[in-house]
Every structure is written in C-alpha cells, then in structure tokens.
Write a protein that binds this ligand. Structure first.
Ligand code: PGA
Length: 253
C-alpha cells in the first residue's frame, strides 16, 4: 500500500530561520511512519535549512517550488534542477497554477521542466487544474487531460511511475472554497485513467488534491480512496494547523 503524501507548499513565506523552525516543529510533532510521507516545498532560499531539519527522517523529503528546464546558464533569477538537487531537494513542483497564471508559464514549459527534473533525478509533482470559467464551460476534464499531455505525455511508463500529480482547481486555491471530496475523487479517476492508458502502473502514480485544504476538511477529502494525499498552502504555514492535517487518520491504509 503506498504512503499518503502530505505536501506543504509554503510559497513566498518563511526564510531559512522560520522554515527550519517550522519543519522541526512538524517533525517533532510526528512519529515516522511507513505509510506517510511529509513533503516540504519551502522558498528556494530556505531549501538547505529544511533539508538539514529533515535529515535522518525517512518519512520526510524536501522539494523546490519551481525549476528552470536548462541545466545552467544565463537565466538570471532561475533555479535549475541540478542546483535544487545540490541544495538537497529530491522533489519539485511543476506548473503550479500561480506559475501558470501569474507568471505565464505555458503547458509546453511544464513538459520541459518535468523532463529536466527527471533527468537530474528529482521527482516532479505536476500541478493541473481548471479555472472557474473552464469549469462552468464544462471543460474541466479536457483542460486537465491537455495539461497532462503537455506535462508528462512524452514520458514512458517507467518515467511516469516517478511522477506525482496534484489536482488543484484554480478556483479553489487560497479561496477557502475546496472541491467537494466527490468532485476531487472524480477528477482523480480521470487522471488515473489517463495514466493507465499510457501503460503506467495504476499504483505507481500518486494523485494529490490541493486547494483550500484545512484541518476541518482534510478528513472528508482523505476519506476518498482516490486521494493519495494533499498539497496544502495556507494551512501548512503554521505547525499547529499543519500537524492537525498530517494527523488525519486514513481509513483502510
Ligand atoms: P491553498 O494553496 O491550500 O492555500 O489553497 C494550495 C496550493 O496552492 O498549493
């Protein structure tokens, strides 16, 4: 049975000192268990501090929030997969909706980033999800399939097994309005079907839900067996709130 992933996306919050303290508090408040993986996505500048905090914990890993697809060069302000690895990251987010919608990241760029991540040995977590307009237009499945196609469509089955997907409807991120557990589960099935058609082992693909996950709704969301975990922004910024989410019991796992 695969581990449940609890991924904390700290966005542009917490410099090295605060990030280390928060990671330490979360780790001190949890026992390492084999069926749970804690993932921390701090700002790039805080990667080494959080890597240091999780050292020795087999149930925790650290990732970058974004990478560039080139290995090095004249790309001021960017972070390559190799640099993230050197800082101790083992994961990276790719195509977070804020990257797509606030920084104009294209579908094609997500594909380049996923390949760069895998090439360097980082596990990519591709974020997908529709806007409210796309949902209203009845286009949500098509949008997500298109994002999967562009992000990971060129990969073989073995590489696909190293990819995680976070379904994060844009309208749910930071709004306090989460997708219903049933809606999230339905989209997770669509994502799994897409992976299965590519020959990826169904159990190999972790699909997380993100978008206004809170201590209050985490149990209902994680009661859906289609959800392999949650990607959490706002509610992962304090130890108190994040520990309540991480403690969510998972029936049957
Ligand atoms: P939120 O953010 O939990 O604050 O909605 C989720 C995310 O952006 O990954």
């Amino acid at each position: 049975m695969s581990a449940v992933l609890f991924a904390a996306n700290w966005k542009m919050h917490h410099g090295p000192r605060a990030a280390r303290a928060l990671a330490q508090a979360v780790l001190a408040g949890t026992k390492p268990v084999a069926d749970r993986l804690l993932l921390f996505f701090p700002p790039a500048v805080s990667l080494p501090a959080v890597v240091e905090a999780v050292r020795g914990r087999t149930d925790a890993a650290v990732g970058a929030q974004n990478i560039h697809w080139e290995p090095k060069g004249a790309f001021t302000g960017e972070l390559s997969a190799l640099l993230a690895m050197e800082a101790g990251a083992t994961w990276t987010l790719v195509g977070h909706s804020e990257r797509r919608h606030k920084f104009g990241e294209t579908d094609d760029e997500t594909g380049l980033k996923v390949r760069a991540a895998l090439g360097a040995g980082l596990r990519p977590m591709l974020c997908v999800g529709e806007t409210l307009q796309q949902r209203t237009d009845g286009e949500k499945e098509n949008v997500v399939r298109r994002q999967l196609e562009a992000g990971v469509g060129a990969l073989g089955a073995e590489e696909l097994a190293r990819v995680a997907v976070a379904y994060e409807p844009v309208w749910a991120i930071g709004t306090g309005v989460n997708a219903t557990p049933a809606d999230a589960a339905a989209m997770h099935r669509t994502i799994r079907e897409w992976f299965a058609r590519r020959g990826a082992p169904a159990a190999g693909c972790s699909v997380l839900y993100g978008g206004s996950v809170s201590p209050e709704n985490a149990a209902a969301l994680l009661a859906e067996e289609e959800l392999d975990g949650v990607l959490v922004g706002g509610a992962s910024l304090t130890a108190e709130s994040w520990l309540r989410i991480v403690a969510t019991p998972r029936a049957g796992r």
